[in-house]
Design a protein around this ligand. Structure first.
Ligand code: ZN
Length: 244
């Protein structure tokens, strides 16, 4: 028997033994940890610090190799979506546990430093502002991600939308008529406000100077618009619809 085979056999035996004696091992480890703690109350802290240093050292030494490996293991979008879905599912299943855990964590932070929340974490307003900034900075990436997500989950999403529309219709058969009027009103209002501001001299996407129009990304902000040519405006509209 080659030594490789022997090693594999030994490993397999060890794995099976570990599986069979899982409870025993747990007990044993617990006792071992308790013993260590008794010998030196800071044992785990020291150990963690040691590990951190050696991990850092290891990383510095093998940086190139590690990052290469990381790149290779970057998941394709479909798998990534699967992993994310699983994470979401897990989060949903363990919502109560998470809540408890977060609460305990916050309490711990507060006990360690009563002013932690005042200085450590930004206020709600600044967090919202940062979020907005992030979304704006990563607009293209987020849009692309949304598109991919939609393409993968098209059926599910469309089903949900249909159900939502049905529900709204059941509550009030005129709901969509009213919404349309509201929408149209908003559009007209935004357009009339925007018309008081001059357009750019050329399309802000392609530079064309023909058939220029004002394009609103948000009718709630009528003064903020892009000057787009007819072609780019059409593309923009389709892009928006696709991202929904
Ligand atoms: Zn254009």
């Amino acid at each position: 028997m080659t030594s490789e085979k022997a090693i594999e056999k030994k490993r397999k035996y060890n794995r099976e033994y570990a599986k069979k004696n899982a409870d025993k091992r747990k007990e044993y480890r617990k006792a071992w940890r308790a013993r260590k703690l008794e010998d030196n109350p800071d044992y785990w802290k020291e150990e963690a610090a040691k590990n951190k240093d050696s991990q850092k050292e290891y990383y510095e030494k093998n940086k190139v190799e590690i990052n290469k490996r990381k790149k290779v293991y970057t998941l394709p979008p479909k798998s990534l979506e699967k992993v994310r879905a699983r994470d979401r599912e897990y989060a949903k299943e363990n919502a109560d546990k998470r809540k408890e855990y977060k609460k305990a964590w916050r309490a711990k932070k507060k006990a360690a430093d009563p002013d932690y929340w005042k200085k450590g974490v930004a206020s709600k307003e600044s967090r919202i502002a940062a979020d907005k900034k992030y979304k704006k900075r990563n607009q293209e990436v987020l849009l692309e991600r949304g598109r991919k997500y939609y393409n993968i989950n098209k059926e599910e999403i469309n089903k949900k939308r249909k159900e939502y529309r049905k529900k709204k219709y059941a509550e009030d058969p005129d709901y969509y008529k009213k919404e349309k009027i509201k929408d149209g009103d908003m559009k007209n209002k935004a357009r009339s406000i925007a018309s008081q501001f001059p357009m750019a001299e050329s399309c802000e996407r392609c530079g064309s100077t023909y058939f220029l129009n004002r394009h609103h990304e948000d009718y709630n902000k009528p003064k903020i618009f892009l000057t787009l040519c007819k072609k780019c405006h059409g593309l923009e509209g389709r892009k928006y619809q696709k991202s929904l």
